[in-house]
Design a protein around this ligand. Structure first.
Ligand code: DP6
Length: 348
């Protein structure tokens, strides 16, 4: 017999960034962060997990290619889920798995991204969130999404925010064991569903410095990171929560841009400095800043650990205007591919 479960999880984009860990192995951050979860139709991971007595070892395939599960992060997620597994019964197949049996049974995992893994578009966030969610369903784990987020967090920090739709806060927590470092939903996807997200793929090359090693170097060498974590982010988080609650797009855009810029300033303040954005990214920032000062509707921009721009417009009309201008300013012969992704079920 084989028992299977499939889950689908979207990726998320941080508007207040997570950058820096206070505990590397448990993945505990130095500050709270806030993100928006994308519509699963656009950027998501689909994962099928299966268990069978004939499986000899845990194995995983990513986009059809087998990958190693020996990394500590996969092992942490698998261990934590197995520890919380409960009895499963499938009467049709005549299968009963007792809680204690889960320790001996092996799983096979097949995961697909509907976007290029190498594009640096937060694929690990959707990937680990989906893995944990699918395994939890298979092994009948009774915990809620926030508790599962603490497990996904141990796969990749940003993954903990992908277990919810809408706007999500990852609370850094205080406990040494990480039990209070969990994600919570601030508002669901319907609260602000006229927002439009446009992703300008500036380069689909894999980033040179991974987030994990980049943030390690920043924690070790950047004084700006200490100031950001202690003085700047706590106040910004409160303002961002207000802006989201009140649909205050001007404030939302201002905070989002400022936080992205400070995150990249921390990267520059790292020794040796880390450059995630390139000339095209800088040109996009200059363009959007100019646009925001001269045109009617402002647009927010944010960049993760790579050169691709995530642009957030107030609504469909503002996104269409922006896209039209961007295509004019960055004509297709240049090194930019434009595509659009949305929150909610509308597309542009
Ligand atoms: C810039 O979650 O990829 O996207 O926890 O080491 O796996 P690890 O890092 P990761 O870092 C994401 C960093 C970021 C900002 C964010 O998503 O908050």
């Amino acid at each position: 017999w084989v028992l299977m479960k499939t889950a689908q999880t979207p990726t998320n984009i941080a508007v207040i960034k997570y950058w820096g860990k206070r505990d590397e192995s448990l993945i505990l951050p130095v500050n709270d962060s806030i993100s928006v979860t994308l519509d699963p139709a656009h950027l998501c991971t689909t994962t099928t997990v299966a268990v069978s007595p004939v499986f000899q070892q845990d194995r995983m395939w990513l986009n059809g290619k087998e990958i190693s599960l020996s990394g500590g992060r996969f092992q942490s997620c698998l261990r934590e889920i197995r520890r919380r597994a409960s009895e499963v019964e499938d009467k049709e197949k005549g299968v009963k798995i007792e809680k204690k049996d889960w320790e001996k049974l092996h799983v096979h995992i097949a995961s697909y991204n509907n976007f290029p893994t190498a594009a640096g578009l937060a694929s690990s966030a959707a990937g680990f969130a989906c893995l944990v969610f699918a395994l939890a369903k298979l092994m009948n784990v009774k915990e809620d999404e926030s508790q599962l987020s603490a497990i996904a967090r141990q796969g990749s920090g940003s993954a903990c925010r992908s277990l919810f739709g809408g706007f999500v806060k990852w609370i850094m927590g205080k406990e040494e064991d990480g039990s209070d470092s969990v994600a919570v939903q601030l508002v669901d996807e319907k609260h602000w569903d006229d927002l439009f997200i446009v992703i300008a793929v500036v380069s689909s090359r894999q980033k040179e410095t991974s987030s994990t090693s980049g943030m390690r170097e920043s924690v070790e060498t950047s004084l700006l990171l200490q100031h950001r974590a202690k003085e700047v982010v706590p106040k910004r988080i409160l303002k961002m929560e207000e802006a989201i609650k009140n649909h205050s797009f001007e404030s939302f855009a201002q905070l989002t841009c400022a936080d992205s810029n400070q995150f990249h300033a921390v990267c520059l303040d790292t020794c040796p400095p880390i450059f995630y954005m390139n000339d095209t990214s800088h040109r996009i920032i200059s363009y959007v800043e100019k646009w925001n000062r001269s045109e009617g509707s402002p647009v927010a921009y944010t960049f993760d650990a790579g050169p691709n721009a995530v642009l957030i417009a107030r609504n469909r009309k503002a996104a269409a205007q922006l896209l039209q201008r961007l295509l004019f300013y960055f004509p297709p012969k240049s090194d930019i591919d434009l595509d659009s992704y949305v929150i909610g079920d509308k597309s542009i």
